[in-house]
Design a protein around this ligand. Structure first.
Ligand code: TMP
Length: 212
């Protein structure tokens, strides 16, 4: 373990459209950091293991119908039920690599036509990421990647709207990586920016909250 007891871990978030490669990059990154001896965990949202997560899962599988506002709040609640643990992990020096976070929450719900500010409100007070990496791919290219899995949001027309919503959320602190690059190139770029962010956190960057 390369970290000392007084330094905190970094909250690293990966975002992007469905099939942008986030999940495989998250696990590669996790594996790399773990092998390097860092204290690190791989998280994802929705976390389908909780009671709320199971409701979300059946909604996504089209087994349950829910009002757009209601499902939005469930996605948010799913993050809130993990907030305390998240803070404990970070303060004890563990870096968290998180596949999707509040930005997915806002991007997907506002793509349905819900008001962006309304969508952001329940996220206020969750921990702000130290780094947001956006894996950038066009909806058309993403759709070509062996087709979608058949969950509720995995449709080209909807993903186009999500891409536009993400654009409104980007700020200058986001790191954008071209998700059509070879997997190893993405992996290398990701490692570099993540290690930078971890160093800044180790040096005492305070934890902050959404929305900064
Ligand atoms: P997953 O494929 O990464 O497990 O995510 C499932 C779907 O849920 C994906 O289409 C994105 C969507 N989503 C939301 O709509 N709101 C959220 O807050 C999150 C985390 C995901």
């Amino acid at each position: 373990n390369k970290e000392n007891s007084s330094s905190r871990g970094a909250l690293i978030v990966l975002e992007g459209l469905d099939r942008c490669g986030k999940t495989s990059q998250s696990s590669r990154l996790y594996k790399y950091l773990d092998e390097q001896g860092y204290s690190v965990e791989s998280w994802r949202f929705p976390d389908r293991n909780t009671g709320v997560g199971q409701m979300i899962s059946s909604y996504l599988a089209n087994q349950a119908h829910l009002d757009d506002h209601a499902i939005h709040l469930l996605f948010s609640a799913n993050r809130w039920e993990k907030r305390m643990l998240m803070e404990e992990k970070l303060r004890s020096g563990t870096t968290l690599v998180v596949d999707r976070y509040s930005y997915s929450g806002v991007a997907f719900s506002s793509a349905k036509g819900l008001d962006t500010e309304w969508c952001k409100a329940p996220e206020i007070g969750l921990l702000a990421p130290d780094l947001v990496v956006y894996l950038d791919i066009s909806p058309e290219k993403a759709a070509e990647r062996g087709g979608y899995g058949g969950e509720r949001y995995e449709q080209l027309e909807f993903q186009k709207k999500v891409a536009n919503s993400y654009l409104t959320l980007h700020d200058s602190s986001w790191k954008v990586i071209d998700a059509t690059l070879p997997v190893e190139d993405i992996e290398e770029k990701l490692r570099e920016i993540v290690l930078d962010s971890m160093t800044i956190c180790q040096k005492g960057k305070p934890l902050s909250q959404l929305w900064p």
